[in-house]
Ligand binder design. Structure first.
Ligand code: 1CP
Length: 355
């Protein structure tokens, strides 16, 4: 394998010294880019982009070609490939969120769910990872990812996106054994899926617990964090002679950072509701931090974006252990020039915080 030309993202996750703070954006390949919209039109729909390794590679590379400032690439795929591989029949209605042909509601439904084999049932993702690694040719590291068991379960039980997770939370309180069986099957699946991605060439992995923050403190520990801890303990942590860092991102998990930092990962993703300097005081010696600019700041003018980047860098302070990112995914109507101003500001303003 080609040596990495830019490894500051991996170094920062392991708190090793860097020249400037590395940066990438959650959802960096997506609808705010005209070139992405063109590729999606050519492929026909979103799932065809994901299932064709050449298309997945093309859209993964688009933000890197537009923004040489980016310090990492992220596999183009979706967290919902797993429920699809479990037989739920994922589809996207144009202009709407994800939907499933089959919804899960009973213990019998959950008992009947198969545990997918990543190479057989999700081989298109493994092929996308190896295709992207070849195309990157050492430019920047490649991030693999999966959804957390809790976040995946909400989609599987609700049948799509939800505002209140009503069916999943009803199952949590009325039939916790059923939900635990589902989460256990998902934890096994996510572990082998991420290990498959690592063996195919992913150099770091992120677990997206996008909806963990909707749980009570007690339910979060039992129904989300416990399963992420189990996944982390089963992951391959070294490959090709390098550590493979693991990032846990619980959106709205700011109240529970100490316990998330104890789950065994190398880094925590932060949304914008926490102050990153205080977060560092709370967990800084255990894990690196990734985040955490409010994505709506990108609607503001470049000068305002730069001010906000400077504020977050100053709050984190001197030294390594910070990967700059947004606190959640970039939104479809952001002006691509504003995203470029954001990325440049991170590198320009962060040099003073590193030796
Ligand atoms: O083109 C389109 O219309 C589809 C939009 C889209 C895109 C660009 C979807 C459907 N998924 C993606 C790609 C995607 N999804 C990536 C690509 C890599 C990147 O560039 O970052 C990643 C990492 C995801 C992960 C994902 N999918 C999450 C976790 C991250 C997060 O934002 O919280 C979630 C919750 C999903 C579900 C999903 N898939 C797509 C949509 C619109 C949604 C969210 C629906 C909802 O809000 O419930």
């Amino acid at each position: 394998m080609t040596a990495l030309k830019n490894d500051r993202f991996l170094r920062a996750l392991l708190k090793q010294p860097v020249d400037v703070t590395p940066v990438w954006m959650m959802r960096q390949a997506g609808r705010y880019l005209p070139e992405y919209r063109a590729s999606r039109a050519k492929a026909g729909d979103f799932m065809s982009l994901c299932m064709n390794p050449a298309f997945a590679c093309e859209v993964t590379m688009q933000p890197l070609d537009r923004y040489p400032q980016l310090d990492a690439a992220i596999l183009f795929s979706d967290i919902l490939t797993i429920p699809d591989a479990m037989g739920q029949g994922l589809y996207f209605e144009t202009g709407e969120g994800p939907r499933f042909k089959k919804v899960i509601s009973t213990m019998a439904d959950i008992e009947a769910l198969p545990i997918p084999d990543p190479h057989k049932d999700l081989g298109y993702v493994m092929d996308a990872v190896s295709t992207i690694r070849r195309e990157l040719n050492g430019r920047v590291p490649l991030i693999g990812f999966a959804g957390s068991p809790w976040t995946l379960a909400t989609y599987m039980v609700e049948g799509g996106s939800s505002k209140d997770y009503r069916k999943t939370k009803t199952m949590l309180y009325d039939n916790p054994q059923a939900l635990h069986l589902l989460l256990d099957k998902l934890a096994q699946t996510v572990t082998s899926y991420l290990n498959g991605q690592i063996m195919a060439g992913a150099q770091a992995v992120q677990i997206f617990d996008s909806w963990g923050g909707s749980l009570s403190a007690a339910a979060y520990q039992e129904f989300s964090l416990a399963y992420m801890r189990k996944i982390v303990s089963g992951l391959i942590r070294e490959h090709e002679g390098r550590k493979v860092p693991v990032i846990l991102f619980t959106k709205n998990g700011g109240l529970w950072l100490e316990s998330i930092a104890d789950a065994g990962a190398d880094a925590l993703g932060l949304d914008w509701t926490c102050d990153i300097g205080s977060a560092r005081d709370r967990v800084g010696s255990k894990v690196a931090l990734q985040g955490n600019m409010d994505p709506t700041v990108l609607y503001a003018k470049p000068e305002a974006i730069r001010t906000e980047v400077g504020r977050i860098l100053a709050s984190y302070g001197k030294g390594s252990g910070h990967v700059f990112n947004l606190g959640h995914g970039i939104t479809p109507d952001v002006d691509p020039e504003h995203a470029g101003a954001f990325l440049s500001a991170v590198h320009e303003l962060s040099a003073q915080y590193h030796e």
